[in-house]
Design a protein around this ligand. Structure first.
Ligand SMILES: NC(=O)c1ccc[n+]([C@@H]2O[C@H](COP(=O)([O-])OP(=O)(O)OC[C@H]3O[C@@H](n4cnc5c(N)ncnc54)[C@H](OP(=O)(O)O)[C@@H]3O)[C@@H](O)[C@H]2O)c1
Length: 307
């Protein structure tokens, strides 16, 4: 496919690479709906929140601190609820879950958008590699804690990435979740994004027979704060030439908003999306046994975390 065709073509959904979050919700009223979005203060999450509010939804936006979330959401007007959810701190995740439950907030969608990428050196939380812990374990705690708050047709959207293809060949390195035996900035980011994808698959399996759905998305490649840990040269290239080959932030936010809100996806679950269309993941992104094993292992990790 030529670059021009890639930028302009549309898939079966009627949307494509260049569609924005506003495009994919054009004419849609989200009045009466409530969405929780993690990472509301930056990049794609910030834009997703803006457009959800624009379409009339109530938005619970989480950031590492409530102050950050409030500062991000206030300019949008509408009805927003800023909450702290530091994903690498189980106490903060649990407190976020408890607040949503205590306030009886029913959720039409949870968009697990927050993430960190390509940390140059091994960092850990509670003995686990930090990208795995933040991107996967933190969201696992949040979503499993909030399952009872989902409406009967509630949707869970996991931000994965095409970078899940950079995960180790064996998929998830269950013998090396600390990262101490082997560590690679992109390999471990890829592993965490494969984990996001597998989580959506296993959740979809558990939702079978209900009207709830779980899906994963690749948003595209977009210059955001996510690149803060990339090496300086790559950041210079992104900043100088990004306009030629990267999506804009409104385009990057489209797929997560589309999957969370589009009425035609009411029965679509367990899929991987890119450019607001169903896409193909790496083969082990479809491995049900691997997804189940990751769920079981993560459940045990969470159970053993300090209370
Ligand atoms: N941009 C891309 O090209 C691209 C490509 C594929 C997938 N993705 C995925 O898209 C998602 C959004 O990325 P983005 O590009 O919008 O990046 P971004 O601008 O860096 O936003 C990431 C968000 O995650 C939050 N976050 C990071 N660590 C956190 C933690 N420990 N606890 C709570 N929140 C935390 C950040 O908060 P702070 O601002 O406080 O750090 C920020 O709000 C990520 O999951 C990423 O993996 C992005």
């Amino acid at each position: 496919m030529s670059l021009y065709a890639m930028f302009t073509s549309k898939g079966p959904s009627g949307f494509g690479y260049a569609s924005t979050a506003e495009d994919v919700t054009e004419g849609l009223s989200l009045a009466g709906k409530t969405y929780l979005v993690t990472g509301c203060n930056s990049g794609l999450g910030h834009e997703a929140c803006r457009v959800l509010v624009l379409r009339g939804a109530r938005v619970i936006g989480t950031a590492r601190t409530a102050e950050k979330a409030k500062a991000a959401l206030t300019p949008f007007g509408g009805t927003t609820i800023p909450l702290a959810c530091e994903l690498s701190d189980p106490k903060s995740v649990r407190a976020c879950v408890e607040t949503v439950k205590r306030d009886g907030l029913k959720l039409d969608g949870i968009i697990c958008n927050a993430g960190i990428m390509a940390l140059p050196k091994l960092e850990q939380a509670f003995g686990y590699e930090l990208q795995f812990f933040t991107n996967h374990v933190g969201h696992f705690m949040l979503v499993t804690g909030l399952l009872g708050q989902l409406t009967d047709t509630g949707r869970v959207v996991m931000l994965s990435s095409a970078a899940h293809t950079m995960a180790p060949k064996e998929g998830i390195q269950f013998d090396n979740l600390s990262g101490a035996k082997r560590y690679g900035d992109w390999k471990n980011y890829g592993q965490s994004k494969l984990a996001n994808l597998l989580f959506a698959k296993e959740l979809a399996r558990r939702f079978a027979g209900t009207k709830k759905t779980a899906n994963a998305v690749h948003p595209g490649v977009i210059s955001t704060n996510l690149g803060r840990h990339m090496n300086a040269a790559m950041n210079v290239v992104f900043k100088a030439f990004g306009g030629l080959f990267l999506k804009t932030i409104p385009q990057g936010a489209a797929t997560e908003v589309y999957v969370a809100t589009n009425p035609s996806l009411a029965d679509v679950s367990g899929k991987y999306f890119a450019d607001s269309n169903v896409a193909k993941s790496r083969a082990d992104g479809d491995d049900a046994a691997l997804a189940k094993k990751l769920w079981d292992v993560t459940e045990k990790i969470v159970a053993d975390l300090p209370k």
